[in-house]
Ligand binder design. Structure first.
Ligand code: GAP
Length: 427
């Protein structure tokens, strides 16, 4: 376990050192388990979200997106079952009063004081409450959404009327969700504020198994081919552990340094949600047909867990360097540009010209500190796939630059006029 913890510590330290993820509110002593994405982290996260949106919304005819309010009418959570069912069992150490999620306490021994005497397990609702407006009474209680999913059901009719989609079709959303987790932890793995990318895919009941299999394979392709994760495991969730809305769920698990844990989920939500929100009648009807409640397959993807899995999977220590072997499309910077020497204005000017030109098409880093070897290693550590060096040959001989590949560390000369195309082809 020590080795795994070391790896996690190294990743957390790299994230802080290089600006991927910082502890939230740090100058005030932090806020338990809250994290801020820094300049590189936000690029990595946005790359994941943009690839997801492009792939699952923009490039498909059967999908549309929404971006709904985080706080919804509390009746939504009554109808969805979250007010009653969205609970975890909590136990409390009788000695120091620390609370734990019942299933997450190893050896049933208090992590804080070592005591083994706990209270009976009690249900604890995970929704984060607040008050809307100036009066703080029970009528002004509202909840931050614990999943993005519900807006896709509540907006179902509006989407249908404006998009004229026909079943089968899906509604997607990327956004924040909040849960008052009893035991948050493991860096950005389990937090109280996190982001989800969710699809509610509406189908006829008779097609649920085919659709489930289809989305299962789409999720596998996303994880393996788009994110580049080497290995993902599937866990069939036992019937007695299914969420209150699900008839079947598969968890996709990733081997994080702290153990094999849920990365994403795929659920068959039946017509549970639409039936509860549209009690006055079925919300879907095709010309000449009977109105009915479409059934739902839900592929759900955690954004922060995607970032964490990608970081863990791509982190490598080699003889003299640490390298993030990120898929180029995920890397915060696609290329870094260096003048060989920073005190030679003609080299700097040429390198700047190339840098400015590339910047129109992609994220480019600039570095003129230290020697070239150090600059390469510095870019390796943040996963930049290519480094471009402008040297005296560039100016005097061949109008070419040295392009160094992050993974092979090989260098080749490429004509400046061909550089953009080369990079576009490779990143
Ligand atoms: N709409 C279905 C739903 O919300 P879920 O399994 O509870 O299902 C979906 O959550 C995904 O959201 C998870 O697979 C995970 O990636 C992410 N997630 C859930 N709770 C999280 C937390 N506390 N911190 C970070 N990510 C979380």
């Amino acid at each position: 376990m020590k080795k795994e913890n070391d790896l996690m510590e190294k990743i957390i330290s790299l994230c802080k050192r290089r600006g991927f993820v910082f502890p939230g509110s740090e100058i005030y002593g932090g806020l338990a388990n809250s994290w801020d994405y820094g300049p590189l982290g936000v690029e990595l996260k946005n790359n994941i979200k943009n690839l997801w949106w492009k792939r699952f919304v923009q490039q498909r005819d059967d999908m549309v997106g929404i971006d709904a309010a985080l706080i919804m009418n509390p009746k939504v959570w009554e109808a969805s079952g979250h007010l009653n069912e969205f609970t975890d069992l909590v136990i409390e150490c009788k000695k120091c009063n620390t609370r734990y999620r019942d299933d997450l306490i190893p050896g049933k021994r208090c992590i804080k004081c070592g005591e083994k005497d706990f209270t009976e397990a009690k249900q604890f609702n995970l929704m984060l409450k607040t008050f809307l407006g100036p009066v703080e009474d029970k009528d002004s209680i509202v909840y931050f959404r614990p999943e993005t999913a519900q807006a896709m059901f509540v907006d179902f009719k509006n989407v249908l009327e404006t998009s004229r989609k026909k079943v089968p079709f899906g509604i997607a959303q990327i956004g924040k969700a909040f849960r008052n987790e009893i035991t948050p932890g493991n860096f950005i793995f389990r937090t109280r504020e996190f982001e989800q990318m969710e699809i509610e895919y509406f189908i006829e009941e008779k097609n649920w198994e085919t659709s489930f299999e289809y989305w299962r394979s789409e999720m596998q392709i996303w994880m393996k081919e788009v994110l580049g994760l080497k290995e993902v495991h599937e866990l069939e969730v036992a019937k007695d552990e299914l969420a209150h809305y699900s008839k079947r769920t598969i968890d996709f698990e990733y081997e994080f340094p702290f153990g094999k844990k849920e990365l994403y989920g795929l659920a068959y939500r039946t017509d549970f949600d639409l039936k509860n929100h549209y009690k006055d009648g079925a919300p879907y009807k095709e010309e000449g047909g009977e109105a009915f409640y479409p059934h739902v397959i839900e592929p759900t993807f955690g954004v922060d867990r995607s970032v964490l899995a990608v970081l863990c999977d791509s982190y490598q220590e080699e003889a003299e360097r640490v390298v993030l072997k990120l898929k180029p499309q995920l890397a915060p910077y696609k290329v870094a540009v260096f003048p060989l020497l920073k005190n030679k204005p003609e080299l700097v000017a040429k390198a700047r010209e190339i840098y400015d030109d590339l910047k129109k098409d992609m994220m480019v880093a600039w570095d003129d500190r230290g020697n070239i070897g150090k600059r390469y290693f510095s870019q390796d550590e943040i996963g930049t796939p290519y480094c471009v060096t402008v040297d005296f040959d560039t100016l005097e001989k061949d109008d070419s630059v040295t392009v160094r590949d992050r993974d092979t560390m090989k260098q080749e000369r490429i004509k400046i006029k061909d550089l953009i195309q080369f990079l576009k082809d490779h990143v």
